[in-house]
Design a protein. Structure first.
Length: 162
C-alpha cells in the first residue's frame, strides 16, 4: 500500500513538473520594444521614401512601382517554422531574416506588368555549427545568409497590379 501511495505521489510530481515545463515553452517571445516606432514616425519615413526614392524609381520604370508588401501572419509563421526546421536539420543556428530589395527581371515568369518592379525577398541568416573536438559549436560572430534554405518571395504588393 505504501508503495502504491509513493508511486501516485511520484506520478503527480512528474505530471506537475511536466506541466510547469510545458508552460514555459508556450510563452510568447519578448516584444522588441527598442525597435518599435510610433505610427507618426513611420508615416514620416514613408513620406520621405515616397518623395525621393519612390518617385525616382517610378520615373525610371515608366509606371508606378511597388510601394508596400504584404504577407499574412500565417504565411510568416509558416516560413519561420520552415526555416527553424531546415536549419535544425542542417546544424545551423537561425538568427533572423534579411529582407532584400530586388526587382523582377524580364526573363522571370511573372505577370507582364511586374517586370522591372521592386519586390522583396526574405532570406534567413544565422550561424553554421562547426565541429570542435567532436562537439558542435557556433563560430563567434559569423552570421551569414543561409543559402541552403529557400528564400521567400511573392508577397502581395501595392499599388495593386492586375
Amino acid at each position: 500500500m505504501k508503495t502504491l501511495s509513493r508511486l501516485n505521489n511520484f506520478l503527480l510530481l512528474v505530471i506537475f513538473v511536466s506541466f510547469i515545463s510545458c508552460g514555459n515553452i508556450a510563452q510568447d517571445p519578448p516584444v522588441p520594444k527598442d525597435k518599435l516606432i510610433s505610427t507618426k514616425t513611420a508615416e514620416k519615413y514613408i513620406a520621405q521614401y515616397n518623395s525621393i526614392k519612390y518617385k525616382a524609381i517610378s520615373e525610371v520604370t515608366g509606371k508606378p512601382d511597388a510601394l508596400e508588401f504584404y504577407y499574412t501572419i500565417a504565411e510568416l509563421e509558416g516560413y519561420l517554422a520552415y526555416v527553424k526546421k531546415e536549419a535544425n536539420k542542417q546544424g545551423i543556428i537561425p538568427k533572423g531574416l534579411a529582407i532584400s530589395l530586388a526587382a523582377y527581371p524580364k526573363d522571370v515568369h511573372v505577370k507582364q506588368q511586374q517586370n522591372g518592379l521592386t519586390t522583396i525577398i526574405l532570406r534567413p541568416y544565422g550561424q553554421r555549427m562547426i565541429n570542435k573536438a567532436g562537439f558542435l559549436a557556433p563560430p563567434p560572430n559569423n552570421d551569414e545568409i543561409i543559402k541552403t534554405i529557400s528564400p521567400m518571395n511573392d508577397a502581395g504588393s501595392t499599388p495593386p497590379f492586375d
